[in-house]
Design a binder for this molecule. Structure first.
Ligand code: SF4
Length: 381
C-alpha cells in the first residue's frame, strides 16, 4: 500500500523554565492511503505533539527540531517541515484537516454555523476564484474590463499573501462580478451539503439561523467535523475528537468517520487513549510511550499478538466484563521528559528489562510483515 504521509525521525522539544522537555524522540511512521490509523498511549506520551508537529501548529516554547514529514498527494511528495508558512496555510484545512477535542473552543460564538463552515471553503477557494476571474477577463477581450484586470491581478497577489478578509473586501467591490456574494452563496450551499452528509438534522435551518450556543455537544462536534471536511481533505486528523462526548454520540461520530472514509477522505489519523475505539475503527495502530513509538501493527496483530511489553501491559490494564477484583495498572509513573530515563524510556517500569535497556535506545525492527517493534527483546534474537 502506498503511504500518504511518511514521518521520519521527527524530534520536537519544549524549552521550559524547568529544562528542555524532549516530547518527541525520533518518531518514524508511515500512514498508508485509505487507512484509519489509531495513535494510542497514556496522556502526555506525545500523541498530540506528534500530529501538531505534522501540522506545524506547535506553539512556543515548542520547537520541531528535526526530521521529515513527507506528504504524498497527486504524484507530488512534499516535506511539510520545509514548506513556507504561506504554503502550509494553504494546505491546512484543504488537503490535511484536523479536528480538535473541544468543539466550544473551536467554534466562534458570534458567527452563525453556516458562516463558520463556509469560511474554510471560502478561504481555500480564494486563489481559484481570482484565477478564474482573471481567466474570464483575459478571454473576454472586453475593453471595459481592462481596468478591473489590473485590480484583479492585485487581488490575486494579495491572495498569495493570504489576507482573506482583505481579499473578500476587494472582491466585493467589483460591481459586475459580485464575487463576494456569489462565493458566499456557493460556500453556504456546500456547507449545507456537508452538514446533511454528517446527518445534522434540518441542516439548512441550522446553517442559516443557528449559533454554537443553540446546539448540543454532539451537534457542535459534527459542525467542527463539517468545517474540517469543507475542502475534501485527503488526510483527516482527529485529536481525541470524541473524548468529551457521551458514548451514544461517540458511536455515531465514529460510524460517521467510517462512512466519510469511504466517500470523502482518503486516510484518517485517530488519536485516542480508548482502545475500544481503536478496535472498532482503525486498521493500523501505533502505540506511543514517553515520546517514543513502541509498536506499530495491524489492529488484529496489536490486540491478538502484542509484542512490546508496554503494549502488553496497556492491553492488560483495560477493564474486562468478566474481571473480578482489583483493576490491573502499570506500575510506576510516566517519566519526566526533562530528564527521561536513558536507553529505552520504558525500562524503569518494564517487567522484562535487561541491562542493555537502560543503556541503549532500541532500534525499530519489523518482526513480521507490517509489525514493527522497538524493543531489545527482539533485537538480540
Ligand atoms: Fe522493556 Fe527493554 Fe523492551 Fe524497553 S527495550 S520495553 S525495557 S525489554
Amino acid at each position: 500500500m502506498t503511504a500518504i504521509l511518511e514521518i521520519k525521525d521527527l524530534v520536537t522539544n519544549f524549552y521550559t523554565y524547568e529544562g528542555v522537555v524532549k516530547a518527541l524522540n525520533k518518531i518514524s511512521l508511515d500512514i498508508e492511503k485509505g487507512v484509519t490509523f489509531g495513535l494510542v498511549g497514556e496522556s502526555g506520551c506525545g500523541k498530540s505533539v506528534a500530529v501538531r508537529s505534522i501540522m506545524r501548529i506547535i506553539q512556543a516554547p515548542g520547537v520541531v527540531e528535526s526530521g521529515q514529514v513527507i506528504f504524498h498527494s497527486n504524484g507530488d511528495s512534499t516535506d511539510l517541515l520545509k514548506l513556507s508558512e504561506e504554503s502550509m496555510r494553504d494546505l491546512r484545512g484543504n488537503q490535511i484537516s484536523m479536528i480538535f477535542q473541544e468543539p466550544n473552543s473551536a467554534l466562534n460564538p458570534i458567527l452563525s454555523i453556516g458562516e463558520q463552515v463556509s469560511e474554510s471553503f471560502l478561504f481555500h477557494q480564494k486563489k481559484d476564484m481570482c484565477a478564474k476571474v482573471l481567466a474570464n477577463l483575459n478571454s473576454s477581450g472586453c475593453k471595459t474590463f481592462v481596468p478591473w484586470k489590473h485590480y484583479l491581478r492585485f487581488i490575486y497577489q494579495m491572495a498569495a499573501k493570504n489576507d482573506r478578509a482583505f481579499i473578500l473586501k476587494l472582491l466585493s467591490r467589483i460591481p459586475f462580478f459580485k464575487w463576494d456574494r456569489r462565493a458566499k452563496k456557493e460556500a453556504l450551499n456546500r456547507s449545507i451539503d456537508i452538514m446533511e452528509k454528517l446527518h445534522v438534522p434540518d441542516a439548512e435551518n441550522v446553517a442559516r439561523n443557528s449559533y454554537p450556543h443553540n446546539l448540543s455537544g454532539g451537534l457542535k462536534q459534527r459542525i467542527v467535523i463539517a468545517i474540517a471536511l469543507a475542502c475534501n481533505p485527503e488526510l483527516l486528523i482527529s485529536d481525541e475528537a470524541t473524548s468529551n462526548l457521551d458514548v451514544t454520540i461517540q458511536a455515531q461520530i465514529l460510524e460517521l468517520f467510517k462512512e466519510l472514509k469511504k466517500e470523502i477522505i482518503s486516510s484518517i489519523i485517530l488519536i485516542t487513549h480508548d482502545l475500544g475505539i481503536v478496535a472498532e475503527t482503525c486498521e493500523r495502530v501505533g502505540v506511543m510511550y514517553a515520546g517514543n513509538l513502541c509498536e506499530v501493527a495491524d489492529v488484529e496483530m496489536i490486540f491478538n499478538n502484542p509484542k512490546h511489553p508496554y503494549t502488553k501491559v496497556l492491553l492488560d490494564s483495560v477493564p474486562k466484563i468478566s474481571q473480578e477484583g482489583k483493576l490491573l495498572s502499570i506500575e510506576g509513573n510516566v517519566p519526566n521528559l526533562v530528564t527521561p530515563p536513558p536507553g529505552c524510556r520504558f525500562h524503569p517500569r518494564c517487567r522484562d528489562a535487561m541491562d542493555i535497556c537502560s543503556r541503549e535506545l532500541p532500534a525499530t525492527i519489523e518482526i513480521e510483515k507490517g509489525h514493527l517493534v522497538a524493543c531489545h527483546l527482539y533485537l538480540n534474537k
